[in-house]
Design a protein around this ligand. Structure first.
Ligand code: ADP
Ligand code: MG
Length: 343
């Protein structure tokens, strides 16, 4: 039997990004909060109560910045950069551990999640800031370099199977960084905090005795379309609205299907809810590529993982652990009472 998560669903949801607390009308407790720009997004950490907590928040940010430097494929100092550009083997245990988790998700998702997509992401121009649709023979040639099964960690080292292979842990590193920040906060005795890393959120404990309320962004348009009450859970969203361009009325985004070489169709966003930020990040990307049917099949096989999807035709799908509380599931977004934009 698949184990369900303890989640109170307040309304139909789809892409977690925004959150809000419930300030007490009479005497609001102070909240320590800091925001930094890292991993290509604004990250905020807030801890209610103790003013001293700001020091712990800074330590958590420092740790996230360390992770960012190590895993950023565009940083020439990163072992990943040297692997990709100079064919230098990787022996860094932290990178190999995250790679091992990534490979597990590749296995689980039948290759929908694949860290060897780097050459494809590069060909589409998503690393360079001026993306464009590549010629199809170029995509076909690029696909020959892609394939996670080529990667093998032997005796604590990842060596290149051939020079063409390049890796990108971008689809899982942000979740890992969030998980590391959680460790720093908890290690310092913090029992209530919210980390929001633009689409990757972790709620530690509760806010003033009640679960954290995490708002959910509509993948098309501004505002909040619903909310989840969560405690000690991560809510991670992958969407086609994060990085994309349009050509001849078609939207091309940054999550690529390693089977076709093109952006994955089928979904606008996937939100994963579980207690492990690293896995949630990897899985949200994997499910996005798998699409609604195969994606939900995978979620139903995994313990302690729930998901919410918004399909290309704007239907909200939820995994079985969220059913019942989700009476809007399956309804077209336009007719969904919970999908009141900007309410
Ligand atoms: P974001 O980083 O925007 O929150 P994701 O976590 O879904 O979104 O990661 C997307 C990034 O992962 C892309 O920018 C790309 O570098 C990489 N990527 C794209 N397609 C795949 C894939 N099929 N498997 C693994 N990584 C991918
Ligand atoms: Mg991801």
């Amino acid at each position: 039997m698949k184990k369900a998560l303890l989640i109170i669903v307040m309304a139909a949801v789809a892409a977690a990004v925004v959150f809000w607390g419930r300030p007490k009308a009479d005497k609001p407790e102070p909240v320590q909060k800091e925001t930094r720009f890292l991993m290509d997004t604004y990250v905020s950490i807030q801890v209610p109560g103790d003013p001293q907590a700001i020091k712990t928040i800074e330590k958590a940010f420092d740790r996230m910045e360390e992770v960012d430097r190590k895993f950023n494929v565009l940083n020439p100092e990163s072992p990943l950069y040297r692997f990709n550009h100079d064919n230098a083997p990787i022996a860094d245990p932290e990178i190999l551990a995250l790679l091992a988790t990534a490979l597990e998700i590749s296995e689980e998702s039948g290759g929908a999640f694949d860290v060897t997509v780097y050459p494809l992401v590069d060909l589409w121009g998503f690393f360079r800031g001026a993306p464009a649709v590549p010629a199809s023979p170029d995509i076909a040639a690029c696909l020959k370099k892609v394939g996670w099964r080529q990667l093998r960690i032997e005796n604590g080292v990842l060596a290149k199977p051939n020079d063409g292979v390049k890796i990108d842990l971008g689809a899982i590193a942000k979740g890992y960084a969030v998980g590391e920040a959680v460790k720093v906060l908890k290690g310092a005795g913090v029992t209530s905090a919210l980390i929001d890393a633009g689409g990757d959120i972790f709620a530690i404990g509760e806010l003033r005795g009640r679960p954290w309320k995490v708002g959910i962004r509509n993948p098309r348009g501004e505002g909040v379309m619903g909310a989840l009450d969560v405690s000690d859970l991560t809510i991670v969203t992958s969407g086609d609205y994060e990085r994309f361009f349009e050509k001849d009325g078609v939207r091309y985004h940054h999550i690529l299907d390693p089977a076709s070489g093109y952006p994955a169709g089928g979904l606008m966003s996937v939100t994963v809810i579980c207690d492990d930020a690293t896995r949630a990040d990897g899985l949200s990307t994997a499910l996005f590529v798998l699409g609604p049917e195969k994606g939900m099949e995978l979620v139903e096989r995994l313990d302690g993982v729930e998901a919410i999807m918004v399909t290309k035709d704007q239907k909200i799908l939820t995994s079985s652990g969220l059913k019942g509380a989700m009476d809007a599931a399956g309804a077209p977004m336009a007719e969904n009472p919970f999908v009141a934009i900007g309410r």
